[in-house]
Design a protein around this ligand. Structure first.
Ligand SMILES: [Zn+2]
Length: 69
């Protein structure tokens, strides 16, 4: 089963995206992502849609991190 944004909330996890191009690390605002895409959005899909603020590159690797909101 692929993890979704709802799974992150349920487990008190955060989401980090690593840019494939410049390796920038960005911690995502999970509640904001759910507001924008819905809780059923999968994490790999978020990675594919992410756009890097530094290099403008599209696509990144997602990583689940232990963060309490
Ligand atoms: Zn980048």
């Amino acid at each position: 089963m692929t993890a979704t944004l709802n799974n992150l909330i349920a487990n008190d996890n955060g989401l980090r995206v690593l840019c494939d191009t410049c390796s920038r690390v960005a911690d995502m605002d999970v509640p904001k992502l759910i507001h924008a895409y819905g809780g059923a959005m999968t994490l790999p899909e978020i990675g594919r849609r992410a756009r890097c603020k530094v290099c403008g590159g599209r696509g990144g690797s997602v990583q689940v991190v232990a963060v309490r909101w």
